[in-house]
Design a protein around this ligand. Structure first.
Ligand code: ATP
Length: 349
């Protein structure tokens, strides 16, 4: 099976080809090709209008590159091919949401056009579930708890009775957005996360508010306190170190509580903030101490990418979970717990 995936919820105009003989597990014959064109604002953060303009310009090109790749694989007679002379892809999977409406609409329009061009089914993927499923797929874990630490979101998810349940989430801003707002305040270019990581290495811990309420967390107070600290003369490296230690300890605490409450012994990480080494180390140490397994996908599958859309699209396509064009409208607030999980066996519930 060969699936075209299209991602474009915010900054990444991305298309991928995922080929596999068995979408239920990683095999030696799996093949992933990802082409991404990233939007980088000249100043400030992500401007929705500029992001949509970038999406409109970049999406056709990344899709054509991925389709060319699919044609080459088909012509070379890859083992994952049905063997016929049909279309180079079996289905088109696209991110329906959550994300910026104007970007999502461009991606959905492109996905519908490609599905019609090759006369193949369309698969509508939840972007947050894709962040989770790429880790579950590549780790081979059965039923992990997932920490999604991305730009616009922060969720702890666990699976029960056919759905991913939101066990905990941010009460205000997404975790990456909080970091980016702080770095914007001090004049650093977007995205701020990698810069905070770099500066934190040379800093001394500076205390910031630690806000966990039950299973939920809040980042806006930390962001304001971090801005005030820098404005009042605390060295920026120390504030960066304080932000990392505080935010990542909060995420680790709630992840541990989710493992404890669900009885799960596997944790996977998803989302762009998950690329941070310190966060991965804290989660890894916590899991080791409680005898749980921890998996963080490679960076190219953590940040927004079409590979994860194609991988989940393959599972959904194999389960017959396709969508008619007339039902394929986007949903910019598409929550992970709205998705009926069709691709996992009933024994896993
Ligand atoms: P979502 O998946 O919720 O739509 P998004 O579209 O913003 O989020 P992601 O690629 O998941 O995209 O995450 C981007 C975020 O990751 C940005 O806020 C960026 O600052 C942050 N980030 C990237 N690298 C690092 C890092 N090394 N440390 C901390 N944060 C990072």
């Amino acid at each position: 099976m060969r699936i075209l995936g299209i991602e474009g919820t915010a900054w990444a105009a991305s298309a991928a080809v995922f080929e596999t003989p068995d979408p239920a597990q990683v095999t030696d014959d799996d093949h992933v090709f990802i082409e991404t064109d990233a939007y980088a604002p000249d100043s400030g953060g992500i401007h929705p209008r500029e992001a949509a303009e970038h999406m409109g310009e970049a999406i056709p090109t990344v899709i054509e590159t991925a389709i060319e790749h699919a044609h080459e694989r088909a012509a070379a007679g890859s083992t994952n091919d049905g063997g016929g002379s049909g279309p180079p892809i079996d289905a088109v999977a696209f991110a329906r949401g959550p994300g910026l409406g104007p970007c999502l609409r461009i991606v959905a329009t492109a996905a519908r056009a490609v599905a019609q061009r090759f006369d193949v089914p369309l698969v509508g993927v939840n972007h947050m579930v894709a962040h989770l499923e790429v880790g579950r797929h590549r780790s081979g874990f059965d039923s992990p708890v997932c920490l999604n630490a991305s730009g616009a979101n922060a969720h702890i998810l666990g699976y029960r009775n056919g759905r991913y349940r939101v066990l905990g989430e941010t009460m205000d801003t997404g975790v990456g957005n909080a970091i980016d707002k702080f770095t914007r305040h001090i004049g650093w270019s977007h995205p701020g996360g990698p810069k905070v990581e770099q500066h934190a290495r040379d800093g001394e811990y500076h205390e910031l508010p630690y806000v966990v309420k039950g299973m939920d967390f809040s980042f806006s107070g930390i962001m304001s306190a971090a801005k005030q600290a820098v404005d009042s003369g605390v060295p920026v490296d120390d504030v960066c170190r304080g932000m990392e230690e505080t935010i990542f300890a909060m995420l680790t605490e709630v992840s541990e509580r989710a493992l404890s409450l669900t009885g799960a012994d596997e944790l996977v990480l998803g989302g762009g903030v998950g690329q941070n080494d310190r966060l991965q180390r804290m989660l890894g140490e916590m899991c080791e101490q409680r005898g749980a397994a921890f998996y963080a996908p490679e960076n190219r599958f953590l940040r927004d990418n079409a590979g994860m859309i194609a991988m989940l699209g393959a599972k959904m396509y194999a389960a017959g979970d396709t969508i008619a064009i007339e039902d394929s409208r986007i949903d910019s607030n598409f929550r992970p717990d709205e998705v009926a999980v069709t691709w996992r066996g009933p024994e896993e519930s």
